[in-house]
Write a new protein. Structure first.
Length: 440
């Protein structure tokens, strides 16, 4: 089963040559509008927007919207009108195959969307027959996407680029050992069969080169995440900055707070102690956790540490409204655990473009901290160290209040643009197609 959903035009900029005359690339991506709640949407969507101006015709193979836990139409108008998008049959085992909220683990390995494989392979083969793309690209963090890419490569012989993004497995990630073994199996299958693999951070790339020394180093590549200037232009079109008075300083975290990868326990404990010591309060600081998802956990911690009025949970809002909120905040908060040192939250690049002061709760030895320091930002404290957070919050608040908080340089944001990343991607596509032609 597959569904083709009409798209709406997004760009005024037209390709320099007819799109049909350009070589095609099949993008296999679970996260795509109208899915909501993952920064991974932007990676595929922006590639699909920019590739036609870079000599390539993208095709998208995604999942039927029923498989999404949450969806929203707010980015459907960003999908180019001439982009072919095929949405294949897919179910969420956790919702569609569960009885009284329980389901067999085997029905959700390697992930809850394994049924997408059975809809996407025939849909992908039909797309390949109809449009004759030159290669296949699949993107994590849904392992099933790489199983689809692998299977389509086996059936067609087309070169396959695996967008690994972040590490699929680490020592204790995923924490469930059965799931870990399934992920590691998909990881090995992918690494040993893909034509190229791409990562979003230097740390992840180095980790995989060390883990798989038998794989030629030339097969590993780096294309980091970024931000899109067009989104910020549109976000600010009707944006009216809020007047800055004597009210509380607003510190914003925009996006999911994962219980382990972005464990908020030490931060909320630190804020609770600062409040009890009379150093902060709702009249001086307001911490906004926007679209955090795990609100039950956060609500319990807010109760436990007496943070009502100081820490506020807010629901998801449309993507560009979220960008406008970043621009309006006094400070922006990013969180990343030490065991995710080879990962960088995608929102950090949008924070850089917003040019607001950034407080990073992360390991100083990780890639997130390195990116901060590379932009001249030293407001970094450890996510798991309550005392370090207390000192860091007070220093950060003082710097913001005095107007002395470091900001990303204006030219730094240009380096992180999605257009720049898409240009890197197009160059990679050209290289892989040429290599494949020589081998034939």
């Amino acid at each position: 089963m597959q569904t083709d959903v009409p798209q709406s035009a997004a760009f005024d900029e037209a390709p320099a040559a007819p799109l049909a005359a350009r070589p095609g690339v099949l993008l296999v991506a679970f996260h795509f509008p109208p899915q909501r709640g993952s920064s991974g949407i932007q990676r595929t969507l922006k590639f699909a927007q920019h590739l036609p101006q870079l000599g390539w015709k993208p095709l998208v193979l995604s999942a039927h919207p029923r498989a999404y836990v949450a969806s929203s139409d707010d980015q459907m108008n960003d999908v180019p009108g001439d982009l072919v998008v095929r949405r294949a049959f897919a179910l969420d085992s956790g919702r569609h195959l569960a009885i009284r909220g329980r389901y067999l683990r085997g029905m959700a390995l390697p992930d809850r969307w394994i049924t997408w494989l059975f809809g996407a392979v025939p849909a992908g083969l039909k797309l390949i027959r109809e449009h004759r793309p030159r290669l296949i690209w699949s993107t994590y963090p849904i392992p099933t996407a790489h199983l689809i890419g692998y299977t389509l490569k086996r059936f067609t012989g087309l070169p396959w680029i695996a967008d690994m993004r972040d590490p699929m497995t680490e020592e204790h990630t995923p924490p469930n050992r059965l799931v870990w073994r399934a992920y590691r199996w998909v990881e090995k299958l992918t690494v040993h069969n893909c034509t190229r693999m791409v990562f979003t951070t230097p740390g992840a790339l180095a980790m995989y080169r060390a883990r798989y020394p038998e794989v030629p180093p030339s097969r590993f590549g780096l294309i980091e995440n970024g931000y899109d200037e067009d989104d910020f232009v549109r976000a600010t079109a009707s944006y009216v900055p809020k007047p800055k008075g004597d009210g509380p300083l607003v510190l914003l975290h925009s996006g999911i707070i994962y219980p382990t990868e972005r464990d908020p326990s030490a931060m909320l404990a630190a804020l609770g102690e600062l409040r009890r010591e009379g150093l902060i309060g709702p009249d001086t600081l307001r911490v906004v956790l926007r679209a955090s998802i795990h609100e039950d956990l956060l609500g319990d911690l807010i109760d436990q540490h007496g943070l009502h009025g100081l820490v506020v949970l807010e629901p998801p809002i449309p993507y560009r409204a979220a960008l406008a909120e970043m621009l309006d905040a006094d400070g922006l908060l990013v969180m990343q655990a030490a065991h995710c040192n080879s990962q960088i939250p995608a929102k950090l690049y949008e924070y850089m473009r917003a040019r607001r002061p950034i407080l990073a709760l992360t390991d100083p030895a990780g890639d997130t901290a390195a990116t901060m320091r590379g932009a001249g930002l030293d407001t970094i404290v450890r996510l798991d160290d309550k005392d370090d957070i207390k000192a860091g919050v007070m220093r950060f608040v003082g710097l913001v209040r005095s107007g002395e908080a470091p900001l990303p340089p204006e030219n730094a944001s240009e380096f992180y643009s999605r257009r720049s990343r898409s240009s890197q991607f197009a160059t990679l596509l050209d290289e892989v197609v040429k290599e494949h032609a020589r081998q034939d």
